[in-house]
Structure formats: C-alpha cells, structure tokens
Design a protein around this ligand. Structure first.
Ligand code: UD1
Ligand code: UDP
Length: 365
C-alpha cells in the first residue's frame, strides 16, 4: 500500500500544540508520510522554537520564513511560498488547524491546486466578523474537504452553512491531546519556585486580541483591570509581543511595569504555561485555546470578550464571558477568589485521543 503524503501546516503559537499530536499519530499509523511546513507567521524563539522542543516535534521539513505584516501582505506571501511547496512536494493531503492567517492562506492554495484539505477545529463561529479569525474560519471551512470538529456547536454551524454531512467528523480536541500528554511533565516545571509562588496564590493572564489591545481605549481599560485585580491578588502576565508593542507605542509600558503585585513576563514555553494554568486561582484571558485548556483543567476562566467561538466552554466548562470593564471584572474576581466558582465538566471526546481518531478518519477517505 502506498502511503498518503500529508503536509501539516503550522504558523502561529496556537498551531504547534495542535499539530504535535497529529504528526505523532500520522507517524504511528503507518498509512501516512507526515511532513511539517512552518510558514513563519510567528518566528521569535519564545513564540515558535520553544514549542518544537517542548512538544517533541521534529524541526519543520519546510520553513517559509514569512514573518509579520498586514493581513494582505502576510496572507499573500504565505500563498505564494506555499504554492511552490505544493508544486514541489505533490502532497495527497494538506492539513490545516485553527483560524490564523496561515490556516486560510494554505487551504486556499491547496484547494486551487486540487489537493484535498483537512481542517482541524472546523465549525467554530463567534459570529463576529470584525475578528480576522472569523473570516479565516468561514473561508477555510467553505473550501475544506474534511472538517474535523471539536465540539457540538461546530456540527450545528456547518450544517446551517450547508456543508454536506459526509465531509464532517466529530473527532474531539487535539489541543487537549497535547495537554493530556504533557500535563505530568509540566507539573515538574520549576516555574512556581522560579516565580516564588505556590498553587492558588496568583491569577494568570494573557491578552492579545486586536479588539482589546490595538486601541488606546482598550489598553487603558486593560490597565485599569490590572490595577484593580492586583489589589486583590498577585497577577502573572506573560505578555504577547503584539500587546507589549502596543503598550510601548502608546507610551504606557512604564505605567504597566509599575503596577505592584504584577509579574510581567515574556511569552512562556508550553510546559511552564501549562503548569501555571493548572495551579492558578483564576485565569483572565482573551485567547481562544486557553478557554478550552482551563475548561479541561477545571480552572475558573474569565474571557474578556463579547463572544466566543467555543460556546461549550461556557455551557459546560468553567469559562465566563466578561466585558473589558474594570468594575465588572473586579466584582467577579472578588467572588471567585472568595470561593464562588462556576463548576464545570469536560466536554465529550476531549480525552487525549482526538489525533488518533483523525488519523483513522483520514486514512480511510
Ligand atoms: C495571530 C493570529 C491570532 C492568534 C495569535 C496567537 C491571525 C490573523 N492572528 O495573532 O488568531 O490568536 O496569532 O498568538 O492569524 N510578533 C513578534 N514576534 C513573533 C510574532 C509576532 O514580535 O514571533 C509581533 C509583530 O509585531 C506582529 C504582531 O506581533 O506584527 C502580531 O503578529 P501576527 O501574527 O500578525 O498576529 P497575532 O496578534 O500574533
Ligand atoms: N501559551 C503558551 N505560553 C504563553 C501563552 C500561551 O504556551 O505564554 C499556549 C497556551 O497554553 C495555548 C496556546 O498557547 O496552548 C494558545 O495560544 P494563543 O493564546 O497565542 O492563541 P489563540 O488560542 O488565542 O489563537
């Protein structure tokens, strides 16, 4: 039997923890020749290289080195470079994950070259078309041949958009595969000692959505939230480069650094961040993936957004949506720290075996 050549696309931080278990499952399956193509959308050591090491992924077979730019520049450059790879490698399948620009750019290229596309994490919808990710999700799903879904809302959304049932597979959550695989190893990280903290003694925070951090108003609200929450508990904030750049360009980085009880860090490796999440009293975020990880870990999570494309984390999990407003956030943080926590359950098929199910599906189509 000839093996199926699959090109797995990664580009940005949330892609690495999704592709690592898939690459592992493809290699173990026997039916695939699995290759990793890194677009270079994220390129800093702390946004990219560290994940290859910690997630035990081989170096990418192809590195496109695209880097940052406007949406059109980044998307266009990825498309041009990835088309060359497709011409050269002649894959049987292109696999994309999530909702970043690399996901959409590579799915368009593959489809136009008549290469089947598998989209992992299909069907999620925030219904907020001002988010670049929502456009990427809609476009990618509309042209993908195999749509691998993480939660029931995805099945409903794809049906409502007229996508044929035969293309859609409910296989679970590959991001949770990585979490299950590395949780024990993460628990051995020295990050708590390094930060001189102990379990439940801090709030963990990440923020990087353009709607929250790209405007002066958003950043000011974020500063107010930090000033309030740190009056209740220490906050550990590994800051995304987009967010740090904005603080610097609005000349607020000094105000940020001077907040007492705020520990500002560079972006953390996967194992250190997982260890911090697992032991946090509370997570405050606007990340997509972190909403899912805290639901699995049953850690309370306040997501400072008006909508979520991952409604199961609110319906079943520990996630709550909150406006970017210091008074509202402060009130809920106080309640949670006083023990009024939302109880949650783990969603169906978030069990550590999603990548194996996906490999089985894709071997047989
Ligand atoms: C991207 C994704 C977003 C995802 C996030 C995960 C899109 C449209 N956005 O947003 O969905 O949630 O990644 O983290 O695909 N930068 C660095 N070093 C890096 C990478 C970026 O300094 O290694 C800085 C650059 O100034 C860059 C900015 O961060 O301009 C934004 O990077 P970009 O990839 O365009 O978007 P993200 O905000 O990271
Ligand atoms: N993450 C990490 N280090 C950090 C912050 C996040 O390893 O300092 C991980 C986090 O555990 C999750 C992923 O990065 O697995 C989420 O990526 P991000 O929030 O950048 O993107 P999104 O999910 O919002 O697209």
């Amino acid at each position: 039997m000839t093996s199926k050549k699959v090109l797995n696309v990664v580009g940005a931080r949330p892609n690495f923890m999704k592709v690592a278990p898939l690459h592992r499952a493809f290699c173990a399956h026997g039916a695939f020749q699995s290759m990793i193509v890194h677009t270079g959308q994220h390129y800093d050591e702390k946004m990219s290289d560290v994940f290859f090491r910690q997630l035990e992924m081989p170096q990418p077979d192809v590195y496109l080195g695209i880097g940052s730019g406007t949406h059109a520049q980044q998307t266009g450059k990825i498309m041009m470079a990835f088309e060359e790879v497709v011409f050269q490698e002649k894959p049987d399948l292109v696999l994309v994950v999530g909702d970043v620009n690399s996901t959409m750019a590579c799915s368009v290229v593959a489809t136009k070259c008549h290469i089947p596309v598998a989209h992992v994490e299909a069907g999620l919808r925030s219904r907020d078309r001002s988010m670049p990710e929502e456009i990427n999700r809609i476009l990618t799903d509309s042209i993908s041949d195999f749509l691998l879904v993480t939660e029931q809302s995805g099945l409903k959304n794809l049906k409502a958009e007229g996508i044929s049932d035969e293309k859609v597979f409910f296989t679970g959550n590959v991001m949770i595969d990585s979490l299950v695989h590395f949780r024990e190893k993460a628990a051995q990280s020295s990050i708590l000692q390094d930060l001189k903290t102990t379990p439940q003694d801090y709030v963990l925070m990440t923020m990087h959505r353009p709607v929250n951090v790209d405007t002066k108003d958003g950043l000011l609200r974020l500063l107010e939230i930090l000033e309030h929450v740190t009056s209740l508990k220490r906050v550990v904030f590994p800051i995304h480069p987009r967010t740090m750049n904005r603080f610097e360009s609005f000349q607020w980085s000094e105000r940020l650094r001077q907040i007492p009880q705020l520990t500002l860090l560079e972006p953390l490796g996967y194992l250190e961040f997982l260890c911090l999440m697992d032991n946090a009293a509370l997570m405050i975020t606007d990340s997509g993936g972190v909403q899912e990880e805290t639901t699995y870990l049953q850690v309370p999570c306040l997501t400072l957004r008006e909508s979520t494309e991952r409604p199961i984390t609110v319906d079943l999990g520990t996630n709550e949506l909150m406006p970017l407003d210091a008074k509202t956030v402060n009130q809920r943080v106080t309640e949670i720290l006083n023990g009024n926590r939302k109880q949650g359950a783990i969603p169906p098929l978030w069990d550590g075996n999603a990548a194996i199910r996906i490999a089985d599906v894709l071997a047989n189509v």
